[in-house]
Structures are given as structure tokens and as C-alpha cells.
Design a protein around this ligand. Sequence first.
Ligand code: DX5
Ligand code: ZN
Length: 227
Amino acid sequence: MSIDLQVLPSLLAADFSRLGEEIRAVEEAGTRMLHYDVMDGRFVPNISMGVPVLSAIRKVTKCHLDIHLMIVEPERYVEAFRAAGADSISVHQEASPHLHRTLSLIQSTGAMAGVVLNPGTPVHTLDDVLDLADFVLIMSVNPGFGGQKFIHGALQKVRQLDQRRRQLGLKYAIEIDGGVDASNIAEISAAGCDWFVAGSSVFHSESSATAVRDLHARAVTGRQILG
Ligand code: DX5
Ligand code: ZN
């Protein structure tokens, strides 16, 4: 699997009663990064997993663990998730009024720091933190649930971020999350995306390993179009 284009299976869609096996299967298909959704029932309507489950996962995988915090006051939990094994942590622009401070806090723990935009939030709201962020995550569904339909407007945001990155000479990765599948991943890649979160299209398929390989191959093809 190439270093810059990564498919990140989203564990929210995995069978929680067999998490270890589910992780092993996608690792064998070349997965280097796993996506882990934290929901609090306040910032988003759903509640998912927290710190103890992450600690358990950390023990069974060497993959990069990418933690997506969909919670209010995310700064209060950065250290706990880092201690439990997070390699990268992202917080929502909409949930973090002191975004600059929060991203710096994440980096001070040694983790990569990301900022997330909901479908209704424009890219220009990140103008003053782009030089600080290690990655920017574009939501292509409204956060809270897996299995939703890809919102096409997200593509334009990926293009804008890629353009800004070139203009400003910055190195942040661009990540997308929600409704990514075999039918759209090439187009998202062509728009300039680097990290592709995929939940249902990986774990609800007949073979998660085959799905990961297929998604990655399509992302590579899409990137060749971008040039
Ligand atoms: C949604 C989560 C996603 C979710 C994606 O709020 O942030 O990571 O697991 O699932 P799919 O790929 O099924 O849309
Ligand atoms: Zn997510």
C-alpha cells in the first residue's frame, strides 16, 4: 500500500464482538491506519466507544490509530485518548472555540492533530489554523452514524483544501469520512484526498480484505488522474 494514500477502515462498522479478528483481516490486506469514532450523544445524537475500548484495541494492533472526536469540549479528553494509544486525534471546528490551543495541545502529547469540518461548515473557517494542522478531515455525511449516503459537495471542499495546500506550501493530509465506497473513491482521490475512511463499504461487505484492496486500487487510479 502506498504511503500517501491510505484506506482507513472505520471500526464503528465492525462486529464489536469480534474486534480483534476484524482488525486482523484488514491488516492482512495492507491496512496501516484504523479510524476510531468517539461520540458523546451531545455533539452528535449517537454514543459509540470511549477510552477503555481503545486501550484494548491498542494491545492487538500496530496500526496507526486515528481517533475522531465527535464530542463537546474535546480538549478535556485529548490526553486520555493519547495515553490509551491514539496516534492521531481530530476535533471538530464546530466543537472547539479554542481550536488553535486544542491543536497545539494534541501535538504536545506527540499525536498528530487534525481538524474536522461538518458538511455545513465552509473551508475558509480554517484559514488561521491550516499551518498548524497535520491533517484536515472533511465530513461527507452528517456525523453520528455509519451507512449514510456520500454528500457530493464534500468534493469541492477537498479540491479547495488541496489548492490551498499547494498555494501555501503546506503539508497537511486531507481525509474524508462518510459514504466512501467503490463507486466514488476514485473521484475523491482525484480531488486531492489522501486518507479515505470507509466503514460500511469495508466491514459490511462479503470480504473486508478484498474491499480494502479494491478501494485502495481505485484510490491509486483516481490519483493518477490528478497528476
Ligand atoms: C460517522 C463516522 C464515520 C463512519 C463512516 O459519523 O464519523 O467514521 O464510521 O461510516 P460509513 O463509511 O459507513 O459512512
Ligand atoms: Zn469518523
